[in-house]
Design a protein around this ligand. Structure first.
Ligand SMILES: Nc1ncnc2c1ncn2[C@@H]1O[C@H](COP(=O)(O)OP(=O)(O)OP(=O)(O)O)[C@@H](O)[C@H]1O
Length: 608
């Protein structure tokens, strides 16, 4: 039953993958089929030519006549060789073309899928293993897979023609040749299985190897590696993984060589017996030297061809299994979490009556299923400025990721005006929200592009970009740069200018200001800003919030005093909510946090 299931899995996926290849490069696939068919008949023709050439040459040597016939066979053999070599070159070029075309399409599809699927997938390490399996070396594998069935047909034709030739001389030889072609089939199939299992084990190890090497070589980590003297420690970790990889690989090689030799020794014995048998038969039936050379060549060719067929079958099994990861990855539905209703909202509601209403929101990450948000409820009225405060790990960032629709597998409801977030297409939501995350991205592009991608359709709106930079306070340092907004920033490419932490943060804030968002979210926006920049940011936020909702996570409670609503989070719950004055009057957790920060400042001021 399991075998039937497996064969069905292989054939269904083989069909889908071949269809994919055919769709990408039909012309090159057709050329490949023609080449394979031609190559199928070459060994048979070579065999007949060899026999005649050897016979006519030995005739020339023995009787010194018929030289022209020998030369004719020689010429024919050379011509065939020339054609075979030209076809091989054509095959190489055709393969390179196919590899580029398939590589391009596969990489494009994998990258587009990875950039569009839900954030949930990125929370688990196993997803990265799948992603790696789906993206590395797949174009080469696809070509191998496409070649597999063709090689089987090609080699089977070759084998049948050659066995036909052998049968003319001796049945026993033909039967022995066929029998000896069976073991390599099973051996190669077994080796293929072993190689596939090895790859599954090696992928997480090689990701670790690459990770430790990146830590040792990367610019981001260069400072800490030196200050904490991590070189020895990290090299040790890298060595450990490298040795692990080597041990797995060498163990596989040992098993493969052992299996191979299990076949090679009896094969040589049978071949010797077989050729001895031919000599004996020749003494009875008067074979010519050409017959002997042709038969021994046929024997070796059939052996090679049988091994190639078994390798092709094993390769198909192996590649289909490995490529099924690619198919599974490409089949992940981007839409699956975008709308959870048959009648999705078409327009983003203008948040001007009820604003955002959150009811009994609970959420757990897929990784550990622990509730990180527990029955959270609140309402943000139109145009309000909201501050979310609380302990580390209380769930503040998780809450905003749910509010933005980055995670949709929550319980409870998030209403944008009267529309449930789950009824809105993700793209529609993302067009109307803007965010600066704690770990915002630094793009090694020009400053203009770094800001402009906040609203990709207005990437060339220089005025708008400048206005956004002025609001965030970034304009001041940008205009001092040699190429101003055209300055390339970052440290990946030569000639670019690197920015300070605070400057990067201002660029990221400009990006969100540039977006047409109705809801703006800032996760610790002032973490790298100097006190003046922080103050001007809050003033800008106040101006911006006219008609818009802004949500800000902050650990500096002094920045929250003017907020219209403060949500205080602890352990996944909103434990207090209200304005600064209301919460101070309650004298609860917020007021104790605020007073403790305040006393820190006061003590320092008094000490001075
Ligand atoms: N991707 C994730 N997978 C699993 N657990 C996560 C993930 N992200 C966060 N958590 C866990 O969820 C809890 C809430 O994290 P969150 O980042 O929301 O806290 P926070 O209040 O923003 O903290 P901080 O003030 O330190 O930034 C933490 O216990 C954290 O370990």
């Amino acid at each position: 039953m399991q075998k039937i299931h497996r064969i069905r899995f292989i054939s269904v996926n083989l069909y889908r993958l071949m269809k994919l290849c055919w769709g990408i490069c039909p012309r090159e696939t057709t050329i490949l089929v023609v080449i394979r068919l031609f190559q199928a008949f070459v060994p048979g023709i070579q065999l007949v030519l060899t026999k005649h050439l050897v016979d006519s040459v030995s005739d020339v040597f023995a009787h010194q006549h018929n030289v022209s016939q020998a030369l004719l066979y020689l010429g024919m053999q050379s011509l065939l060789l020339l054609i075979v070599q030209s076809v091989q070159l054509l095959e190489q070029y055709n393969n390179s073309k196919m590899q580029f075309k398939i590589g391009f399409t596969v990489d494009e599809q994998v990258a587009a899928k990875a950039a569009n699927i839900s954030l949930r997938y990125f929370d688990t390490g196993s997803f990265y293993d799948t992603l790696q399996r789906a993206s590395s070396g797949q174009s080469q594998r696809m070509i191998e897979l496409l070649n597999g069935p063709m090689q089987i047909v090609q080699n089977t034709i070759t084998m049948i023609t050659i066995i036909g030739v052998l049968l003319n001389f001796s049945y026993v030889t033909a039967i022995l040749v066929v029998l000896m072609s069976i073991p390599p089939f099973f051996i190669n199939h077994h080796i293929g299985n072993m190689r596939r299992n090895l790859l599954m084990v090696l992928i997480p190890i090689s990701r670790r190897i690459a990770y430790f090497l990146n830590l040792l070589r990367g610019r981001e980590t260069a400072k800490e590696v030196r200050v904490f003297q991590l070189q020895h420690f990290l090299l040790g970790k890298w060595k450990e993984q490298f040795n692990k990889q080597m041990a797995f690989q060498l163990s596989f090689e040992r098993k493969r060589i052992w299996l191979q030799s299990l076949y090679d020794i009896p094969n040589v014995v049978v071949m010797t017996v077989n050729l001895g048998l031919l000599i004996w038969l020749g003494s009875k039936n008067g074979f010519s030297i050409g017959d002997y050379v042709a038969i021994s060549q046929a024997y070796l060719t059939v052996q090679g061809v049988a091994a190639a067929v078994s390798l092709s079958v094993a390769g198909i099994f192996e590649n289909v299994k490995l490529l099924s990861d690619l198919l599974a990855f490409l089949n992940i539905k981007v839409e699956e979490e975008t709308t959870q209703t048959d009648t999705p909202a078409i327009h983003f509601p203008s948040l001007n009556q009820h604003g955002i209403v959150v009811k009994d929101l609970s959420f757990a990450y897929d990784t550990d299923k622990k509730l990180r948000l527990k029955n959270v409820s609140f309402q943000i009225k139109p145009g309000q400025r909201v501050a979310i405060v609380g302990d580390n790990g209380a769930g503040k960032s998780t809450l905003i990721k749910c509010l933005l629709g980055l995670y949709r597998n929550y319980d409870g409801h998030i209403f944008y005006e009267n529309t449930d977030l789950k009824h809105m297409n993700a793209k529609l939501v993302f067009q109307h929200v803007g965010a600066v995350f704690q770990d915002y991205s630094k793009y090694d592009f020009s400053i203009k592009e770094n800001i402009g991608i906040g609203d990709i359709e207005r990437l060339t709106d220089d005025e708008g970009i400048r206005a956004a930079a002025e609001k965030s306070g970034a304009h001041e340092f940008i205009q001092k740069l040699e190429h101003q907004y055209e300055t390339e920033v970052g440290n990946t490419f030569g000639g670019a200018v690197d920015l300070s932490g605070g400057q990067w943060q201002r660029v990221a804030i400009s990006r969100s200001f540039f977006s047409k968002a109705d809801l703006l979210v800032f996760d610790e926006p002032a973490a790298s800003l100097d006190p003046f920049a922080e103050l001007s940011l809050y003033q800008s936020l106040a101006k911006l919030s006219e008609g818009k909702i802004t949500i800000m996570i902050s650990h500096r409670l002094s920045s929250c005093v003017d907020a219209d609503l403060i949500l205080v989070m602890r352990n996944g719950e909103v434990v207090e909510q209200g304005t600064h004055d209301e919460l101070m009057d309650v004298g609860g957790y917020y007021s104790s946090m605020f007073l403790s920060q305040l006393s820190g400042y006061q003590k320092k001021a008094v000490a001075k």
